[in-house]
Design a protein around this ligand. Structure first.
Ligand SMILES: [Zn+2]
Ligand SMILES: [Zn+2]
Length: 156
């Protein structure tokens, strides 16, 4: 399910999947270009979108090391990272948990510190808006689990 956000330059409403949301989002390349120009946007222009770079690098990598960076290898690396003790298993966006960012977009306001975002299907990586529920506190969240958890659930 896509959610409505606003172009960082013209303010037009755009629809994006949670996985496509970046720190700054634009409706079109022209808006992104205008935003990045010092003369038209002297206060905000320093932002650059490097997301295309990673695409280009993985393309290059695929050509040069066809056996090294296969999708299987990529998922092995990701699993290894997820199992390391420093990772919670949640997808992050610029240092914030993506499910919290998506929940804020759904609510149209920042989350309070005590508010808990719960994954309905128990999958921490499924940040589709239809899979998220916001509880006012950990107590309410725990109550939900107490009622629904006969078959096991997630931690957040
Ligand atoms: Zn725009
Ligand atoms: Zn939960």
């Amino acid at each position: 399910m896509k959610i409505a956000i606003h172009c960082a330059w013209c303010g037009k409403e755009i629809l994006k999947y949670p996985s496509q949301i970046k720190k700054k989002n634009f409706c079109c390349r022209a808006c992104q270009a205008a935003f990045s120009r010092k003369d038209v946007n002297p206060t905000g222009y320093a932002y650059r979108d490097f997301s295309k770079n990673s695409e280009r690098f993985s393309e290059m990598n695929r050509e040069r090391n066809p056996d090294k960076m296969t999708p299987e290898m990529r998922s092995k690396i990701r699993d290894a990272r997820l199992k390391s003790s420093t990772s919670t298993g949640y997808t992050k966006l610029y240092g914030r948990h993506l499910h919290r960012v998506v929940a804020e977009l759904m609510l149209g306001r920042p989350l309070n510190q005590g508010e808990v975002v719960h994954h309905i299907d128990g999958n921490r990586r499924n940040n589709d808006p239809t899979n998220l529920m916001v509880f006012p506190s950990q107590v309410e969240h725990a109550r939900w689990h107490a009622l629904h958890d006969a078959k096991g659930g997630d931690s957040e």
